[in-house]
Design a binder for this molecule. Structure first.
Ligand code: SF4
Ligand code: SF4
Length: 333
């Protein structure tokens, strides 16, 4: 399944329409600051959730967000027809629980028609009810955020989804790691193995102005207990679950070399009012905003805020915005 899935992804780059996508991907890879088209687009179709996790960057997800209603069909159509979306090959749904949105599967079908893979990040509480709707021949990804307290419900939904023979959906797990739950990595591997899931993203969460005060991000360097624990976990996974593919939290780089952000070099997150967020941790109204696809022709290059943020990378860490300085997406060239 894993290799055929990647083969399908490769096919989405083939003509017609494939070559400009390849050129766009190369420009992104080169960290070209003036890139006009997103590679991956975050479509914030919903800003509400049926859970209320302490580390959730947007604390009030369990309530309807007054600033961002759900993205309706007209708005969705406008967004995916916008210039910045022209050569994207991948779209993610957020920033709450996408399975709460009635139109989710209609939106996935619209993306697939354009050879765009969708990634639905979900807490899986609604998978039991909605798993049959993932009946697409085109490959899509379901990323389940694993939470110990609801693991029975999650495993039921995942089993039903993976048992369905009519879809090409690839299931992966995300486990958000903070200082408080770093010990839960081994049990996440066990949960994954019990369901036949082959991919886990152990991912640090990024603290934002809305993160609840009693949640502590995992910011560490190479010489700490956290680093040792993660090194032990890597060895444990290799010996016990050799087929499992895991991405691990990594230390915040301290090198004085030029830095860049992997997320920012891929593309924006778009809200229902057309406003743009550079990533899930920097909200649309921070620092005067980052443009709006309903107002700017292309915020990625026309908007001062977006360009300022992009150009703050490629230099030293001191020049970065505060949120970026301790962000684990930060990397060095
Ligand atoms: S399930 Fe996800 S979106 Fe919902 S509250 Fe938890 S972290 Fe936030
Ligand atoms: S480095 Fe900055 S722009 Fe990039 S993901 Fe982190 S907070 Fe967002």
């Amino acid at each position: 399944m894993r290799y055929s899935f990647y083969l399908e992804i490769l096919k989405s780059f083939l003509p017609p329409g494939g070559l400009p996508k390849v050129a766009n991907a190369i420009l992104h890879r080169l960290k070209w600051p003036e890139h006009r088209y997103s590679l991956i687009c975050g479509l914030n179709i919903i800003h509400r959730c049926n859970l209320s996790c302490s580390f959730c960057a947007y604390g009030g997800f369990h309530k309807q967000s007054p600033s961002y209603p759900d993205i309706d069909l007209d708005t969705f159509t406008t967004i995916i027809n916008h210039e910045i979306f022209k050569y994207s090959f991948y779209a993610t749904f957020g920033l709450g629980e996408p399975l709460l949105h009635d139109n989710l599967f209609q939106y996935i079908a619209m993306l697939n028609k354009r050879k765009i893979i969708s990634c639905t990040s979900t807490n899986a509480t609604l998978l039991e009810d909605r798993h049959k709707e993932f009946s697409f021949p085109f490959p899509n990804i379901v990323r389940v955020s694993y939470y110990k307290s609801i693991q029975d419900k999650q495993s039921n939904g995942i089993r039903l989804l993976m048992g369905s023979k009519t879809n090409a959906t690839f299931v992966a797990l995300t486990k958000l790691i903070s200082k408080d739950n770093i010990e839960e990595m081994a049990e996440t591997m066990l949960f994954s193995a019990s369901l036949g899931i082959k991919r886990i993203w152990f991912q640090q969460f990024i603290q934002t102005r809305n993160t609840k005060v009693n949640t502590y991000p995992l910011i560490y360097d190479n010489d700490t207990e956290a680093a040792r624990h993660i090194a032990d976990m890597k060895k444990y996974q290799k010996s016990k679950y050799p087929d499992l593919l895991c991405a691990y939290p990594h230390p915040i780089p301290t090198s004085p070399a030029k830095c860049f952000c992997n997320v920012l070099s891929r593309g924006p997150y778009i809200n229902s009012d057309g406003s743009v967020q550079p990533c899930c941790a920097i909200e649309a109204d921070v620092l005067g905003g980052f443009g709006n696809i309903f107002k700017n022709q292309n915020p990625l290059v026309d908007d001062d805020g977006y360009m300022r943020l992009k150009r703050s990378f490629g230099g030293s860490k001191e020049k970065l915005f505060t949120t970026c300085k301790d962000c684990f997406f930060l990397n060095y060239m």
